[in-house]
Design a protein around this ligand. Structure first.
Ligand code: PLP
Length: 362
């Protein structure tokens, strides 16, 4: 069967070049070759995240690290900032980890504002916050600079930041922002296959983890720290992913970070233009639209055109492209188009041509 190219917001399309790197011959994870592989990409990982801290590699999808961060860093109570399916879920996950948790819920489509977080933290009850920079279900990118300002007001609170669908697509300067954990899975903006996570922790996070009795083993931040000193990982990592990551980092730095960030801004703008051309409005509140995906309104909010989303998805798929028909409670009343990873103006235009044809057939 012919391959249907992915324009869903994860997993995203993986290039043949990346797969070729993924299929490099296996090496031992306690070998000098592995240490050289990891040490070789560490400077690029640090440059990507604007950090001097070691960048850790976890073998799991993002939720492993999200859950691990809660287990390692919450002792009193966690504030879960909720504005969509992924951030809402973190409240549930915190409770499943046995933690006291409180929801800071805003309407889907709205961002998390710094002042709302600060107002909650003033109570002094919380020792951690979870926050999703780019809520992939709603297509909202929350203003992360506002959150960094809140962190400066509450330096002792652990700020755990999911940048799953924004890391590599926009400037996320970990040391400058001052957060405690910043994490992503590789199947979103990295455009690698799913199964690897990239994350970084502050020194304060590691000090806090030391005081936690029940960190477990697989996601124990102190294990990651101890092993990263030898450029190794706590347990056997997905070495294939790390080869693919090395190849991808080469591409990222050949393009240049600023050019890569600008490309994402441009392509998301093209997608919004396509939507407007067909009479659609957008789901996110104006001004906080993501740069990596567009969540088109299709009846979830008043205004704009409404079409049969499943039919649009099917007709587009017949033309070789897959978009997503909405996620969670806004499935069908929104649809999502990703521009993460390797996409260019040319490849986006191929998608828009197929979408235009599909719209005519609706
Ligand atoms: C995809 C996604 C997740 C979940 O990642 P998994 O790979 O399924 O563990 C979490 N947060 C955000 C913002 C995401 O886009």
């Amino acid at each position: 069967m012919a391959h249907v190219k992915l324009f869903i917001p994860g997993p995203v399309e993986v290039s043949p070049k990346t797969f070729e790197a993924f299929c490099s011959p296996m090496i031992g994870h306690r070998s000098k070759s592995f240490q050289e592989l990891y040490a070789g990409i560490m400077p690029q990982l640090q440059a990507l995240l604007y950090t001097r801290r070691p960048v850790f590699l976890g073998t799991s999808s993002a939720w492993g690290i999200m859950e691990g961060a809660v287990r390692n860093l919450v002792s009193r109570k966690v504030l879960n900032c909720m504005c969509g399916a992924f951030s809402d879920k973190w409240f549930d996950v915190s409770q499943r980890c046995g933690k006291a948790a409180e929801a800071l819920q805003v309407e889907w489509g709205e961002p998390i504002r710094g002042e709302a977080v600060a107002a909650k933290l003033k109570s002094g009850e919380f020792d951690a916050v979870t926050y999703i920079h780019n809520e992939t279900s709603t297509g909202v990118m929350s203003p992360i600079e506002e959150l960094a300002e809140v962190k400066r007001q509450f330096p002792d609170v652990m700020f755990i930041i999911d940048t799953v669908s924004s890391m590599t697509a926009t400037r996320l300067a970990f040391d400058e922002l001052g957060f405690d954990v910043m994490l992503a899975g590789t199947q979103k903006a990295f455009a690698l296959p799913p199964g690897l996570s990239v994350f970084v922790c502050s020194e304060a996070a590691l000090a806090k983890a030391k005081t936690q009795p029940d960190r477990g083993y697989y996601f124990d931040l102190l294990e990651f720290e101890k092993n990263a000193e030898k450029t190794m990982t706590p347990s056997t990592p997905s070495i294939s992913h790390i080869y693919a990551l090395k190849s991808k980092l080469g591409e990222i730095f050949a393009e240049g970070l600023d050019a890569r960030f600008a490309r994402h801004v441009k392509l998301a703008g093209m997608t919004r233009t396509w939507a407007a051309k067909h009479g659609f409005t957008l789901f996110p509140e104006a001004g906080c639209e993501s740069v990596t995906l567009t969540t088109v309104n299709n009846g979830a909010r008043p205004g704009g055109r409404v079409v049969d989303v499943q039919k649009l998805v099917d007709l587009t798929k017949q033309r070789g492209f897959l978009i997503n028909g909405g996620y969670g409670k806004i499935k069908g009343t929104t649809f999502r188009i990703s521009n993460m990873g390797d996409e260019t103006e040319a490849t986006m235009n191929e998608l828009f041509a197929a979408l235009d044809e599909a719209m005519q057939e609706l």
